[in-house]
Ligand binder design. Structure first.
Ligand SMILES: Nc1ncnc2c1ncn2[C@@H]1O[C@H](COP(=O)(O)OP(=O)(O)O)[C@@H](O)[C@H]1O
Ligand SMILES: [Mg+2]
Length: 284
């Protein structure tokens, strides 16, 4: 598969994926090497990242027990999927206190019983949905989801159960390979019969993966996912700059920095390592 003319019309350039219309009912996803963090697309690419994401997604869609949109992987970085109508929420499941959830707990925006310790395991995985079609994802309450008619109460309950079950399936699988899945994001959509399918992608852009051996409660964790990039952006001060600009209501996010070469190769190496460990498949 080479020229775009063979794979259909480009209908959407997402932050990470290029989406082509293969025919009336099917889309072709091209997983590009673009990197986004904090909803900003960075000026650097990570060569072969697209391939890693496509392979991971292929693996999860094959092994997770839930109806999903994948038809088949058609190239190293391309996947054919059923077209669905995306449900406009991101179904986040959290098993650990980390990231923006930890920040919200510390700011007392979410109720939390007990001492909030960074990276501690939650007694039970929680469903923590966000908006999808707003410029920046924000946490959304059950009441809002229902009053905006994005989902009925029953649909929301079903999706919550299904998301948590998927998180548990994935946690179990990665645990066998020595990893902890801290959290994950799912998207679902309705096919033309109204069946709700797991859609979009499932991979290192969607979950936080930690090493069991190096796990230490109370500290920030060594990550095998996009967190490496996020951490670097925090370290060089970009995240702070971004937060301040957004707080001031500036329309344009500040220009993100280029990723250093070593970081680019580190991210890919980690994706490949995690892929081989978890799936038992060879990357190449
Ligand atoms: N089966 C599907 N049918 C229609 N749209 C889909 C399907 N799976 C995922 N999508 C949507 O396609 C887009 C994929 O591109 P992505 O790079 O993730 O974009 P974004 O910038 O919105 O995150 C997303 O908006 C996602 O919701
Ligand atoms: Mg996306």
């Amino acid at each position: 598969m080479t020229g775009n003319e063979k794979i259909g019309r480009l209908i959407r350039k997402g932050k990470v994926k290029d989406v082509y219309e293969a025919d009336l009912d099917r889309l072709l996803f091209h997983f590009t090497d673009r990197v986004s963090a904090f909803d900003v697309v960075l000026p650097s690419t990570i060569p072969r990242k697209g391939e890693a994401l496509c392979k991971f997604a292929g693996y999860w869609f094959e092994t997770l027990k839930t109806p999903n949109h994948m038809i088949r992987v058609v190239d190293k970085d391309k996947m054919l999927v059923k077209k669905v109508e995306i449900i406009p929420i991101e179904c986040v499941v959290r098993g650990y206190l980390y990231g923006s959830f930890y920040e919200r707990v510390m700011r007392k925006e979410v109720s939390f019983t007990g001492q909030p310790v960074l990276a501690s395991k939650l007694p039970e995985p929680i469903f923590d949905p966000t908006t999808k079609y707003e410029a920046k994802d924000r946490p959304v309450t059950r009441e809002e989801i229902i009053s905006k008619r994005w989902l009925t109460e029953k649909e929301l309950r079903d999706l919550e159960k299904r998301s948590i079950d998927l998180y548990k399936q994935m946690s179990k699988q990665v645990a066998k390979a020595g990893f902890i899945m801290a959290d994950v994001k799912f998207e679902f959509g309705r096919d033309k019969d109204g069946t709700v399918l797991l859609a979009d992608s499932v991979g290192p852009d969607e979950f936080r993966l930690w090493s069991k051996d190096q796990y230490k409660v109370g500290e920030s964790q060594e990550a095998f996912d996009k967190q490496v990039v996020r951490d670097w952006l925090i370290q060089v001060g970009y995240k702070k700059q971004l937060d301040e600009a957004r707080r001031r209501g500036e329309k344009k996010d500040p220009e993100p920095p280029k990723l250093p070469k070593e970081l680019v190769s580190k991210v890919l190496e980690r994706y490949m390592y995690a892929y081989e460990k978890i799936t038992g498949r060879k990357f190449d």
